[in-house]
Design a protein around this ligand. Structure first.
Ligand code: SF4
Ligand code: SF4
Length: 179
């Protein structure tokens, strides 16, 4: 297991994830369970986003970030992410940034919002008081249910990828993945 994946800086973790995925991507995607979980997560993320849109949350958060400067995606939250969660994002086709767009915000916050598909539980769960006070409770209940599925899938995928990689580190040669 790569120590950098757990305790490196965010740029070290991104570099570790890129290298590891480059060498083990085929092995990861060939694993049936991982492949199924990735498809399920992709669907769950799309459903959650739809529910957020429907609840008016995407617009509210966009205004908060772009107009009011009050986004909750603060600097330092990126450090909650480990290399395995970043590998999941790479497997979902996310282009991880090389540098932060805004030094005062989370490394993964881009002008259009969060660039990640597989988010940390803290990011999936968090809603500020303003949102909780203004969003229709029925829409919020639906959103919470979908987010629960998302959290569950991210957890299982994270564990599965660790299992598939075993003790391998992206810096070591992996002959079995080259074919
Ligand atoms: S959850 Fe609240 S604080 Fe965070 S971006 Fe949305 S409106 Fe702003
Ligand atoms: S939602 Fe995305 S941009 Fe916001 S804190 Fe989480 S990882 Fe960063």
């Amino acid at each position: 297991m790569g120590a950098i994946a757990i305790s490196g800086s965010i740029t070290e973790k991104i570099s570790w994830a890129r290298k590891t995925y480059e060498k083990t991507g085929k092995l990861i995607l060939r694993d049936e369970e991982t492949s199924r979980l990735l498809s399920d997560l992709q669907r769950a993320v799309t459903r959650s986003k739809g529910a957020m849109e429907e609840a008016g949350l995407l617009d509210r958060c966009r205004i908060c970030d772009e107009v009011e400067g009050g986004s909750c995606c603060g600097k330092g939250i990126e450090n909650r992410y480990d290399g395995y969660l970043l590998i999941i994002n790479l497997a979902l086709g996310v282009d991880l940034p090389a540098e932060p767009w805004d030094e005062k915000s989370c490394f993964f916050l881009l002008p259009g919002g969060c660039c990640l598909k597989a988010r940390h539980v803290i990011c999936i769960n968090y809603l500020c008081k303003d949102v909780l006070d203004h969003v229709d409770p029925a829409a919020l209940k639906e959103l919470r249910m979908l987010e629960g599925e998302e959290i569950n899938l991210v957890f299982h995928l994270h564990e599965r990828i660790k299992e598939v990689l075993g003790p391998r580190d992206g810096t070591e040669p992996l002959n079995q993945c080259n074919g």
